[in-house]
Design a protein around this ligand. Structure first.
Ligand code: ATP
Ligand code: ZN
Length: 285
């Protein structure tokens, strides 16, 4: 039986979360750290561990069928691959940063400046679109030290919390793009691989949905049930069960992680009590 080949980063910011995703999809590998290549024992999948920069090229050439990679790298390399779906981890932004003590008003600040970056194509396109000429200095690592060693005036680099910038005496002034890990695929997968990919995607969907949602249970006075049901979107409509105490009901539903605190506040205002929030293991819609 044929196998689907997936490339994931050998070691770096994407590695652990990529393996965790496979694990949560119920895919098992024997002792995967020791090899460059490994096969799942309970799913027709073969993993290749590669440098992240090589993944788009390998997927384009069909050496592997699919890969997990940062959106930023897909945009930078502009290879012929399909972005199948976002995976909800390795969230970061590509931002412009300048020395902390320098005044900044707007993007024209960068006119004629030297910008150090590992993403020359994205940064060049960005400034061309804004009709601003800036000189781009391509470096492959430790971009944040470029201004302090006199290699450039400013930088464009990946940021998540911003603490690396601060440590290096820089401040973030503009966001060029947002990025997260994505699953990419070869443009002409053989029919057999396509079928395996569908079943892999079905599992990924269940895992990513479950991470983005929480199960919520609460007690509500019957007179505010209508209001509370309106606040809770749920998958269909919430489940409402009577409590032993008359005049009260238990309400069960699913809420999105990112709307969670707003919803809790509204529920409390409507008299909800005993609110429990529970992680979801898998979610199939
Ligand atoms: P390799 O040795 O495989 O070439 P690398 O140094 O190029 O590794 P990493 O630093 O491991 O790459 O980053 C891989 C990806 O992780 C980036 O392309 C980006 O999508 C994401 N990433 C980078 N920096 C951050 C960050 N600060 N927070 C979250 N995600 C990030
Ligand atoms: Zn890399």
């Amino acid at each position: 039986m044929s196998k689907l080949k997936i490339a994931i980063q050998k070691s770096g910011r994407l590695s652990e979360k990529s393996l965790e995703l496979l694990k949560e999809c119920g895919i098992k590998f024997p002792d995967f750290k020791s090899k460059l290549k490994n096969s799942a024992t309970n799913f027709p999948l073969e993993i290749l561990f590669l440098r992240d920069d090589d993944i788009p090229k390998y997927v384009e050439q069909g050496i592997v069928d699919i890969g997990i990679i940062g959106e930023n790298e897909v945009l930078e390399q502009d290879k012929n691959v399909i972005v199948v779906r976002k995976l909800g981890f390795a969230n970061c932004r590509l931002s412009l940063a300048i020395p902390k003590e320098t005044d900044y008003s707007n993007l024209s600040f960068f006119k004629g400046k030297k910008i150090a970056t590992s993403y020359p194509t994205i940064v060049r396109n960005y400034f061309e679109n804004k009709n601003i000429f800036a000189e781009i200095v391509e470096i492959s690592g430790s971009v944040e030290i470029a201004p302090s060693i006199g290699l450039a005036d400013t930088i464009a680099d990946l940021v998540s919390s911003g603490s690396t910038l601060l440590h290096n005496g820089l401040k973030e002034v503009e966001e060029i793009l947002r990025s997260e890990a994505v699953l990419i695929s070869n443009e002409n997968l053989p029919a057999e691989s396509e079928i395996i990919l569908e079943s892999f995607l079905f599992r990924i969907q269940a895992v990513v949905n479950s991470r983005e949602n929480k199960y919520i249970l609460l007690n509500a006075p019957n007179e505010s049930l209508d209001q509370i049901i309106n606040i809770l979107p749920g998958m269909k409509s919430p489940t409402v069960l009577p409590l032993a105490e008359s005049g009260w009901s238990s309400v069960h539903s699913v809420v999105r992680e990112n709307e969670f605190w707003r919803i809790i506040d509204e529920l409390k205002k409507c008299g909800a009590e005993g609110i429990l929030v529970i992680p979801i293991e898998k979610m199939v819609l």
